[in-house]
Design a protein around this ligand. Sequence first.
Ligand code: NAD
Length: 441
Amino acid sequence: MRIAVIGTGYVGLVTGTCFAEVGIDVTCIDIDAKKIENLKQGILPIYEPGLEEMVQRNTLKERLSFSTDLPASIQGCDAAFIAVGTPPGEDGSADLKYVLAVARAIGQNMTNYMVVVTKSTVPVGTANKVRAAIEEELAARGENIAFDVASNPEFLKEGAAINDFLKPDRIVVGVASEKAEEVMKKLYKPFLMNGHPLIFMDIPSAEMTKYAANAMLATKISFMNDIANLCEIMGADVNMVRKGIGSDARIGNKFIYPGIGYGGSCFPKDVKALIRTAGENGYEMRVLKSVEEVNENQKSVLFNKINTHYNGELAGKTFAVWGLSFKPKTDDMREAPSLVIIQKLLEQGAKVKAYDPVAMEEARHTLGDSIEYGKDEYETLIDADALLLVTEWPEFRSPNFTVVKKLMKEKVVFDGRNIYDATEMCEKGFTYYGIGIKRFV
Ligand code: NAD
């Protein structure tokens, strides 16, 4: 089989590469000529564990190629996957201009039947807009080429994207014809070997499933953060509460870790878009509005602890920041809580020295020279007044605390992810602040 994947970002590149890995002939297309040139040389635009090697292997086998030429690349394809960005518009709704531009380009250039699959996260009703855009372009050409649209939302997690794609919890596909269902079944058959379900449904339900999934995950995070904040006030320990509730199978122990708020390119924009979709259709998403509000508040929680500890006198203080990406194992800085914390510290005249295992380059694009960058996590600690653990990269979990203590001016740790044990930190001689636990001095 032969497919085109249009948009070669986190989702498109992983999708294309994983389809090539199972033997499908894939062309990944992007309008960013530099990105495509680099990919042809095996240089990736993003960090994703295991992806570089997989791209290089499949390129060598000539199952995976890269192009800026959409008209040529979609010829003879069984399916064209749209995987371009759907950033939030000013009003919070998903901006569909990139998706619809691709749909138009497909309509202007297709010469054979294909399934046009939307992989980008798009509101209910988008497949109809994609269909209409293609039909319009075909009509303008005076052509009557048959095609189908399908919705195939992507659930991969950055940092574990390859595993998620190759061994998905489920694959959701919305179709409106048997022919499209057959094509999608054939494409995904190699991924179903270990009993991973391929769930077919109508297109609006598939479109809604992606938003419902992200909204539910964001809700879990904000709920736990709210509980954590109350634990602090009431003298309870949220780590214990988490274990206590997580052992109930109906609740489960995943995704109930408190922290400093969700970020990234998906949860914030998808929660916003769902609230917006509901509003446009006369319905108010009351739970999600609170989820957003709690999350905004949570991004300031670590800063507030710092500010209180220093009685608001942060000018001239130096803070070591460990972790910049919005979560571990990715270089994605979009809506990262680190940005909010650093911004607030800088506004107060504090100095920041940061280190992240892979997101330093991305961080430089956003933060420029406003902060210093350490060559490793230890270097950031030299003469630091406090350590801020912002992203829970595995390498930050068990540092050599003797060295840490020696390097720091003041032995104060603000742990935004509760990765250290409060009692142990106290015994080691640190003043320790976590999230949702009482302060240990
Ligand atoms: P991204 O910004 O990393 O990549 C989008 C790519 O599309 C860019 O390389 C851009 O140059 C390209 N592009 C834009 N217009 C184009 C055009 N007309 N023709 C060809 N290429 C074009 O975005 P992403 O993070 O991969 O997200 C893509 C979609 O997938 C979004 O809707 C997002 O919500 C959804 N999604 C993302 C994730 C994630 O973890 N990043 C997970 C699931 C779903």
